[in-house]
Ligand binder design. Structure first.
Ligand SMILES: Cc1cc2nc3c(=O)[nH]c(=O)nc-3n(C[C@H](O)[C@H](O)[C@H](O)COP(=O)(O)OP(=O)(O)OC[C@H]3O[C@@H](n4cnc5c(N)ncnc54)[C@H](O)[C@@H]3O)c2cc1C
Length: 417
């Protein structure tokens, strides 16, 4: 009798989930769990790592996953505490043979698996969060091109588009006889401030469907740098971040769309942006922990920034109207356009001389699409501490205001609320 634990991490879906599918094949009984890790409440910078918007989106995503598991005769058990401790106890209580989970190639998540293995637990990890399969790439990950353009060119030369999604398991093994007693009650969270972003695989699928049906990919390239509304960019990011939908699934549906309506600049550019997402993932295999140093991949030191200026930036009281509008949008909604993320990050680093790590931590706390690879990668990029040979990306706020908010519509929207 083989009892396995399936540990859901940032893969809150049943569709196109190879790790979960393999666990279903190998287990006689399967215990699906999600752990609310106590590290999310750490207050390193004076605020929780997982702020309210993220909690709300996560709550809805877990409810959706639980309903899907229950519909197939299984269930989801939510536990709270230090993930490694909770799992070690669970392995004992359920007499489980192994833990199956998705692989996350970031320092804290690598450490969790290392601790479990050190304690003698078998952990089967599956890499499954990228659009492309690492083994299909025309280079070893440790030797991948440092610069995005070089990476993209090699991917295109090899004619790679996306890896095929796999089917949802038809049968989920029964739950084991002994079930966790300490399952946490779903916490109450306020309703999402951004009513459109509702977590969960069903909502992810519905969002993708309407996005394609309304032919929004066609205009994506022209609209992607706008600042207001739901349609100027795809808004896939939050569902991707928690794995409510896979990047491969989105890319596959985008490819069907191209077959139906024809490929164009918009569809290409969407794929191109999803490739940026892969790039920031894969670069973690090459540089790992070094991406998490204050100096990143450079020898640059970090000057400590003042708490007072950090508070001004966080809550949108810097005196720079465009930046303040952006920071208020982020705080009130949990989302910010890519262009505004670049502008506010640059302002914090270059105009306010802030510590980029504090800025990245605030984004981690607030963004409903917080993704360790993309957040770290983009902050390093703007701060000039990653792989970009240009050494930093300062944005001129006056020019950005003129280019993106000449009629003051965006500033009025967020500064008056
Ligand atoms: C300082 C900073 C921090 C960021 N932090 C995050 C983060 O924590 N999580 C996150 O998902 N994205 C992050 N981004 C990248 C980008 O801003 C968001 O992915 C994008 O704005 C999400 O909106 P969308 O889904 O409508 O994107 P679209 O423009 O519709 O793009 C489609 C998809 O491509 C991917 N993508 C687009 N741009 C990027 C990019 N620059 N880097 C990586 N992937 C990209 C996303 O998965 C996105 O959903 C950050 C960017 C900056 C400048």
């Amino acid at each position: 009798m083989c009892t396995l634990i399936y540990w859901f991490r940032n893969d809150l879906r049943l569709a196109d989930n190879p790790a979960f599918a393999q666990a279903c094949l190998n287990a006689d009984s399967l215990l699906p769990v999600y752990i609310h890790d106590s590290k999310e409440q750490d207050m390193v910078y004076g605020f929780e790592r997982q702020g309210l918007h993220r909690k709300t989106f996560l709550r809805a995503s877990l409810n959706d996953l639980k309903a899907q598991l229950q519909a197939q005769g299984s269930d989801l058990f939510e536990l709270a505490g230090k993930s490694t401790e909770v799992l070690l106890q669970l392995v004992k209580d359920a007499a489980a043979t192994a833990i199956y989970c998705e692989q996350i190639e970031a320092p804290e998540e690598i450490e969790q698996v290392r601790i479990l293995q050190e304690q003698g637990v078998e952990v089967q990890e599956f890499w499954q969060s990228s659009m492309l399969e690492p083994q299909d790439l025309p280079f070893a990950l440790e030797k991948m091109p440092d610069v995005f353009t070089g990476f993209r060119r090699e991917v295109e030369r090899a004619q790679l588009k996306f890896a095929q999604p796999i089917n949802t398991p038809k049968n989920i093994p029964l739950l084991p006889g002994s079930l966790p007693q300490r399952s946490v009650a779903p916490s109450r969270t306020q309703s999402a401030s951004h009513p459109y972003f509702v977590g969960g695989a069903s909502h992810a699928q519905a969002h993708l469907k309407q996005y394609l049906e309304r032919r929004l990919p066609d205009s994506y390239k022209e609209t992607r740098n706008q600042l207001i509304g739901m349609d100027y960019s795809s808004k896939f990011s939050a569902w991707l971040a928690l794995g409510c939908i896979s990047a491969r699934e989105i890319a596959a549906q985008l490819s069907d769309y191209e077959n139906r309506y024809g490929a164009n600049d918009g569809t290409y550019w969407l794929w191109f942006e999803l490739l940026w997402r892969d790039y920031f993932r894969f670069i973690h295999f090459k540089y790992g922990q070094n991406l998490y140093r204050a100096s990143g991949l450079t020898g640059l030191a970090v000057k400590p920034s003042s708490q007072a200026s950090f508070e001004q930036w966080r809550f949108g009281n810097t005196g720079s109207e465009l930046v303040d509008a952006g920071m208020r949008e982020l705080y009130q909604s949990g989302y910010l356009s890519n262009r505004m993320r670049q502008i506010v990050a640059s302002y914090w680093i270059y105009d306010m001389q802030g510590d980029w790590r504090a800025g990245a931590a605030w984004f981690e706390s607030q963004l409903i699409d917080y993704d360790v690879y993309s957040n770290q990668g983009n902050w390093l990029y703007i701060a000039g501490r990653g792989t970009d040979p240009r050494g930093g990306r300062p944005f001129n706020v006056a020019k950005q205001t003129q280019d993106h908010d000449p009629k003051e519509i965006y500033r009025k929207l967020w500064l008056s609320s």
